[in-house]
Ligand binder design. Structure first.
Ligand SMILES: CC1=C(O)/C(=C\N=C(/C)C(=O)O)C(COP(=O)(O)O)=CN1
Length: 455
């Protein structure tokens, strides 16, 4: 199997260690069978998330020494602003502590109670802030995105008929923007094609509706356009990314993913009035418009990270390493979401544990069993993450998934083999895995701190 060799060599290492099964059983009980509640020291290979887990480069670490910690007008802010203008093309930018800081600001300044925000599948914090601001989220993604086995190149695409139908149903004045996620995390890290971005932009702008990207994994999306959409193979990821963003009016960004930093985010836009509204709110929740809850050094690291993120060798390796893990699991007939996503391999827990009903939390239990089997931490992305609707009923998403999320520039192919081998072994004797009952359910975003016990 051809590896794509890492386009970097290792300069600093952080030792990791394997635990015993008894230690992991005890850790799992302490964590209430919720991998979010495991201690890092009890985790061997941490695939919980690609958020904030990136290894920074030597240039980024050097950049930390260039932190201009002036309270206002930091040099690093201008470096970040110029970089956002150059790489994404947006005119204005407000730093935030991370993505949900930007989602909070955007929701508060753009949404009025009773509005509707269409989007290509929900994301947990994104929808939470839209609902907190009084909007109703409406999923306008293509139907196939909800089918783990539909092997289509752009499962993140918007179904224009659904978007058009919502405009006719509620009227454009009730739709402040469409939230266009590139890629779509919960569909399995699935990209949106450039043609669909153009079509969504044309339809939205025809009705005076803004297009606001959730740009969190936009570089991965650009790479998958290069790889899968006819006519782009000869283009650099950097120029595809710039064209993608040119069809939108702004973006929320969690810098903790494709901007290659451990903390940071921003809200970017072209409209000066939206920018002015953001600057009035950011001082209340994040800090001055020139630091938004970040130290100067963090803004410097993020500016450098953005520049590194579009390096074709880096992003080629990143995508191919994730695909290597997916291909190995698929070769062992382990059910995964097709096609393999940009940032993670998603196990189809509904199929993996097809002897369990969704109300026994199969994805939650599968993540727990994977940890018990091998010390590998993954994340539940199923009925627990989907939460409850306004009437208090559990959402029953078709996608009941466990996400194996590969951090950027951290693990090697040997670690991918450990993950693939241990999950394949678990798959062999999956029938003995029982379901779970939830013994503690928080009110909001329950998946972060809920606790469970085996049935
Ligand atoms: C697509 C998308 C995300 O994936 C996202 C955060 N994702 C996390 C934490 C994850 O584990 O996927 C956020 C929120 O970003 P934040 O975790 O607040 O920096 C927004 N959009």
């Amino acid at each position: 199997k051809m590896y794509v060799a890492e386009p970097y060599k290792i300069k600093v290492v952080e030792p990791i260690r394997m635990t015993t099964r008894a230690q992991r059983q005890a850790a799992l009980e302490r964590a209430g069978h919720n991998t979010f509640l495991l201690d890092s020291r009890d985790v061997y290979i941490d695939l919980l998330t690609d958020s904030g887990t990136t290894a920074m480069s030597d240039r980024q670490w050097a950049g930390l020494m260039l932190g201009d910690e002036a309270y206002a007008g930091s040099r690093n802010f201008f470096h970040l602003l110029e970089t956002v203008q150059e790489y994404y093309g947006f005119r204005y930018m407000v730093p935030t502590h991370q993505g949900r800081g930007a989602e909070h600001l955007l929701s508060r300044i753009a949404i009025k109670p009773g509005d509707y925000v269409p989007g290509n599948m929900y994301f947990t914090t994104t929808r939470a802030h839209q609902e907190l601001a009084g909007a109703t989220f409406r999923d306008v993604i293509i139907d196939e995105a909800h089918d783990p086995q539909a092997d289509l190149p752009f499962k993140g695409n918007v179904d224009l008929r659904k978007f058009q139908a919502l405009i006719e149903e509620v009227g454009a004045e009730k739709i402040p923007y469409i939230c266009l996620a590139v890629t779509v995390n919960l569909a399995g890290g699935q990209p949106v094609s450039l043609q669909n971005i153009r079509d969504v932009s044309e339809l939205a702008h025809r009705h005076g509706i803004r297009v606001m990207f959730d740009a969190t994994r936009c570089v991965e999306n650009a790479y998958l356009i290069k790889e899968r959409e006819p006519g782009h193979a000869g283009r650099s990821v950097r120029e595809i990314l710039k064209e993608m963003m040119s069809y939108g009016d702004g973006c929320t960004m969690s810098g903790k993913k494709d901007c290659m930093v451990n903390i940071g985010g921003f809200l970017a836009m072209n409209d000066p009035e939206l920018y002015q509204a953001a600057t009035q709110l950011v001082v209340l929740y994040e800090g001055m418009p020139s630091y938004g809850g970040l130290a100067g050094r963090d803004m410097e690291a993020m500016a450098l990270g953005i520049q590194e993120s579009v390096d074709d060798d880096y992003i080629h390796h990143r995508i191919m390493q994730v695909r290597y893990l997916g291909d190995r699991l698929a070769a062992a007939d382990v059910p995964i979401v097709r096609p393999v996503g940009g940032h993670a391999v998603f196990l189809d827990a509904r199929q993996f544990l097809d002897h369990l009903p969704q109300d026994a939390f199969p994805a939650q239990m599968l993540a727990a069993q994977i940890y018990l089997q091998s010390g590998v931490r993954s994340m539940e992305r199923g009925i627990v993450s989907a939460g409850r609707d306004r009437e208090g009923q559990n959402h029953h998403p078709n996608l009941e998934l466990v996400r194996l999320t590969v951090p950027r520039r951290v693990y090697t192919y040997a670690h991918m083999d450990v993950v693939a081998d241990s999950i394949t072994d678990l798959y062999e004797d999956r029938r003995r895995i029982p379901g779970l009952t939830m013994v503690y359910e928080p009110k909001v975003l329950r998946f972060f701190t809920a606790r469970f016990e085996p049935l």
